[in-house]
Design a protein around this ligand. Sequence first.
Ligand code: HEC
Length: 280
Amino acid sequence: MNRILGRLIMMSSILVFWAASLVSVLSYAATLPLVIDLQSQMQRPPQIIKVVEPHSSQPGRLVQVEYLGYPAAQVFEQLFGPDWKDQDADIEFRALDGYVSRIEIARFQQYRAYLVFGIKDKTEFVVDNIGQNEKHIPLGPYYLIWDNISAPQLLAEGAIDWPYQIHQISMSNSRKQALLPDELARTYAEHSHLTQRYCLTCHQVNGYGGDKWPINLATHIKTMQEDVFKQWVLEPRARNPATTMPPLLDAMPEAQRQEIAEKIYQYLLVLPVATDSIVN
Ligand code: HEC
């Protein structure tokens, strides 16, 4: 009797473990339908959305364009079902050339985005990119745009989060998992946030972050003494007089800077190194 019970308990704990690992990784991918099929799935005509086109605009010379498409929220609902907005995840947009742009779901709740596939009264679906001195860049099959006329604060961010040539959309919490795995979420959420905000524009953690100096901090820090780390963060020029790394928040009171550096260090020490990330 006891043996059976023991087995049942073991089996149920395996089940619980399995269920827990199911919730922690979430991923839905959808290849976007042809425009004509999307229109029939959406069962309504596309809208006209007027925006300031950030690729073609310059300070003092804003170019407005009227695009044709659907609210991104409606397309996501069509692709992922009505629960898409309750996920703590990113929406990933994959371009034809493999470029992936990841945008937090929260941002789609804050601002209005549209998935567009044409320009009103034009046969060509292209843009001129003034900043990169490129003309006639094809935008299709799909292009993600934001209503920056109702939300002019978006203008300052330029063309970040405006991916074009999108052919696949997926929803994934892999970035969240790499930067803040479930087992750390309760204690290290703030630490992870500080690291993302102040370090990952230039460095990486488990494959996510910037390319300026793309070391994986999660690996790098595990062999670094705390005082050396803090000096790098608080006074990088003391480590290398020619460095381009900026000192962390140098207008802030010293005690607070120390505290933030300490939190970032603690977090990087305990964060597991993802085996599929670039080792550095
Ligand atoms: C604006 C870009 C930038 C930001 C932001 C930045 N760093 Fe750096 N960091 C660099 C560069 C560039 C180097 C290369 C080292 C040099 O210049 O000598 C570097 C080097 C380092 C090193 C030493 C690596 C080694 O060679 O051992 C550490 C550790 C480090 N950064 C940690 C951090 C942490 C933690 C943060 C966030 C608090 C941060 N960095 C923010 C650009 C940046």
